[in-house]
Write a protein that binds this ligand. Sequence first.
Ligand code: PLP
Length: 384
Amino acid sequence: MPELAAHARDVPVNQIREITEAAWATPGAIVLSIGEPGFALPRHVLEAGMACLDRDETNYTPNAGIPALREAFADRFREHNGVDIGSERVYIVDGAQQGLHFAMSLLLSPGDEILIPNPGYPTFAMTGRLLHGVPVGYPLYPEHDFQPRIEDIEALITPRTRVLILNSPSNPLGAVLGEELTRSMVELAQRHDLWIISDECYEAFTYDVPHVSPARFDSDVPGEARVFTSLTLSKTYGLTGLRIGALVCPPGLERKMNNVMESIVSCVASPSQYAAIAALTGPQDYVSHAHAHYRANRDSASAVLESKGIPFLSAQGAFYLWADVSHVSGGDVRSWVRTFLAESGVSFAPGTAFGSIGEGWIRIALCAAQADLVEGLGRLPSRS
Ligand SMILES: Cc1ncc(COP(=O)(O)O)c(C=O)c1O
C-alpha cells in the first residue's frame, strides 16, 4: 500500500473523542466530556426538514445556499451584533467545522502560520495542519484569567503569519472577549495585515455579558476588510447532526467563495437548509430554555467546585467549566481522566486536548441533566 500524505499521518488523536468513547463503553458512566446539547429538537424544525423531503426537493442548491436561509442568517447577525453584513456575504456550510476548513482553504498557502488559542478548540490546529499550514499557539495564561494579551500575540507574528483565530465565547474556557479587547484584536490584525477567523459557535450563550463580534470593528471596504465569521446552528438549536452553519466572508470575496465551496462540498443538504430556516425564523423557545439550563448548571457546578476548594474559571459564556485538578492529576491529566472514569464512572475532557497550557485542567461540559452533573462533580476529590 502506498503511504498516506505526511500531513495526514501526523493528524493527532482527538483526546475528547478518546475519553468520550471510553465513557460510552462504560455502563452507567456520567458523561461530562462532550458538548452535545441533549434537548428534544423543536417540532417545527424537524417538520421543515421532513417537508423538504416530502416535496422531493432534493436537488443541488446554489453553492452559497438557499437565498432565504442566507437572509435569515444575515437578519439574525444584524439583530444580535448590530452589523449589517447583507445576505450576499453569507455562505451556508456543513456546520462550523466545514466553515473553518473553508476559510482556512481560502487563506493558507503551504507553510503559512496560523495563530490559534492555547488552550483552544482542537480542530483549529488539526485543520490548519491538514491544509499544510503551521499552527502557532498563542498563550492564554491562568494568571490573566485565560484572556489573550496583545503583546503575547504580537511577539509570535512572523513574515509567514497569515491568520489569527479568535473564539469567543470560548470552548473550552467559557471565557468571553470584551469589547475593548475585541477591538484591539481587529486593530492588531490590521497593523500586521492578518486575516481573522472568528469562531462564534456559542454566540447565543453568554451570561450577563454581551457577545461582541469582531466584524463590528472591521472595515467595510473590499480589499481592507479582513474578518471571516464562522456561525453554526449545532449549539444554538442543538442541530449537531444536521450539519448546518454559515461562513460570513469579508466584502469583495463573494465570487471566490463560490469557487472554493464548489470544490469542497458543492452545497449543503437541502433538508438541513430548510430545517435551519425554520430554526432561525420560528419560535425561539428552544434557545431560551437551553440558555436557562446552561446557566443553572453553571451555577450548581460552580457551587460544587467551590465547596471542594477546586479552582475554576468563572464561565461567562458557552457551556463549559474549566477546572484545575492539578492536586490529583499528577502532571498527566490525559491519563488521569481515564483512571477517574474507570474508578469513579465520570468522564471529563482532559485540558491537554486543547493545548499544552491545559495540563492539570479539565473541561466540564454543562449539557447534562443537573442531577447527573452535581453527582459527577461530587465524586471529584476535594483539594485540601
Ligand atoms: C469552538 C468550536 N468550533 C467549531 C465546532 C464545530 O461545530 P459544528 O458542529 O457546527 O461543526 C465546535 C463544536 O464543538 C466548537 O466547539
